[in-house]
Design a protein around this ligand. Structure first.
Ligand code: ZN
Length: 265
């Protein structure tokens, strides 16, 4: 089953070149490239977490998408830029240069096939800047190509309402939300008995790890376990609700991207 969580009729590599060649309304077809990471997620979660979340959410969203909206998933890019975690074994990282070159070249091929809308669906918090720069460069390179550098968790969804205030603000990695959604997607791969909570101290009054005035950090500077958050309150039931809600948000976003018409003055 090469399509993983993706419904087979929405999995781009199952098409033939003639299917692609004769596809109608190609400039509005939404092509989605999930971008994950293979990196440590504490002692209780497998290193596939970010890649699995991207595919799991996208698969669920594409299963719910109305059939008249044409959208296809590319095979996930499992690897991302994860060097903040590389002191923890099992983390596999691409450089910024390799990740951006890979995305640029995938996008070149998608453009050459006649498509004009590409979504970079990123599930790893350490690399949204790479997606944003690649998307801008592609639009400058091909004026009629629109690339959407999106973050899996940033579509409309209820996740924050299911978390404690501290977790909603400071749970950055392998905390309640990620653990819950993996309990829903890959229940046999969660070692919940090993889950530990770890919140780093704030670096200052104005400075923060990830917000408006950030400090550069490697995970080992701020966490011994690799967890930045509290996974001990996670549950499968919460994960099911998060998965439903985030995938509903993605349905709305894919519909809007399908309808989007490039804007020029
Ligand atoms: Zn993660």
């Amino acid at each position: 089953m090469m399509h993983n969580f993706i419904p087979p009729h929405r999995f781009f590599p199952y098409l033939t070149w003639t299917d692609i060649d004769t596809m109608s309304d190609k400039e509005n077809v939404v092509i989605i490239q999930p971008v994950g990471a293979i990196e440590q997620h504490g002692p209780h979660l497998p290193i596939i977490v970010d890649a699995a979340i991207g595919m799991g959410v996208l698969g669920k969203a594409l299963a719910k998408l109305p059939p008249h909206i044409p959208a296809y998933a590319l095979p996930s890019l499992y690897y991302g830029k994860s060097n903040e975690h590389w002191h923890f074994p099992g983390t596999i990282t691409l450089s910024t240069e390799t990740l951006s070159a890979t995305l640029m070249e995938v996008a070149d091929s998608i453009y050459r096939a006649g498509f004009r809308k590409l979504v970079l669906m990123n599930s790893h918090g350490g690399q949204p800047q790479v997606m944003q720069m690649v998307a801008r460069d592609l639009h400058i390179k091909y004026a009629d190509f629109t690339v959407f550098p999106l973050f899996t968790w940033r579509v409309p969804n209820i996740t924050k309402e299911l978390l404690t205030t501290q977790e909603a603000q400071e749970g950055m990695h392998a905390g309640d939300a990620e653990t819950s959604i993996i309990m829903s997607l890959l229940p046999e791969q969660v070692r919940i008995e090993r889950a530990v909570a770890e919140y780093p101290p704030s670096p200052g009054k104005l400075l923060s790890w990830e917000r408006n005035l950030p400090v550069s950090w490697a995970t080992r500077d701020i966490s011994k376990s690799g967890v930045i958050g509290d996974p001990t309150t996670a549950s499968k039931e919460k994960g099911d609700r998060i998965l439903e809600s985030v995938s509903d948000g993605w349905v709305q976003v894919i519909e809007e991207i399908y309808a989007y018409q490039p804007f020029t003055t």
